[in-house]
Design a protein around this ligand. Sequence first.
Ligand code: PEP
Length: 278
Amino acid sequence: MLLLLCALSDLCGKCFSMEGGVRMNAKRRPILAGNWKMNMTATQARELASKLVPLVSAVKDRDIVLGPPFTSIASVAEIIKGTNIGLSAQNLHWEDKGAFTGEISAEMLLDLGCRYVIIGHSERRQYFSETDDTVNKKVKQALKKGLLPILCVGETLAEREAGKLNEIISRQVTGGLKDISAGDMEKVVIAYEPVWAIGTGKTATPEQAQAVHAYIRSRIAAGDAAVAAALRILYGGSVKAANAAQLFDKPDIDGGLIGGASLVAEEFMAICRAAERR
Ligand code: PEP
């Protein structure tokens, strides 16, 4: 797969960097997605979204996305209607409809105005037993119904320390994207979120994050170099205004999936601004 990257690098110097990763590419529009997790009642969500709308209204060259909990999606949708902010859900079910008590379908999300859906977040893998197989079913369902999946992958500290980083990432990427066509891959977003960095205040260094992003891109390039070059890969894990610019400066980091810091309007705005391409 590296051979493939190198061969293309010779043909198209402006697409690939000397580091082996794909250079920051104007075609890869950065995404800043806020994952609000199980926070914000509908009333609180309305207030937060109302604060954010004017703060990020001038941002035109990046996709800004809010991911409220299901019960707050409608109120956020009302506030962001007609603005530059997109809407994401945090999960969906892989079936169209039926006897799945407590679950939410793609159609329900689309009806509320969602364009994105976060799939396979490590908290769902850890607390709700999601596997690569169920994640893959959800990715397929999102694509079938016209939602853009944000597929989360990431290793635990124990896995990293045991030297299993690439193995875990490779398994999650391959498993989550099993049988997805090159055409559908244009709609997929991957979020690399080291589990040890989520909500812990411990951020991966820009170099650590870049290395994994480049690895993910190389895995995708092994199947299709053009798909890999266009794929947006976000970093997530204790991103804040103070560390965002250094992370987003890396050639294979195309924005962020932001948890805690997305609940504070000014902080999220500063992170969005840090993603401005230089
Ligand atoms: C997340 O939940 O996706 C996340 C990255 O959280 P935090 O930014 O709080 O680490």
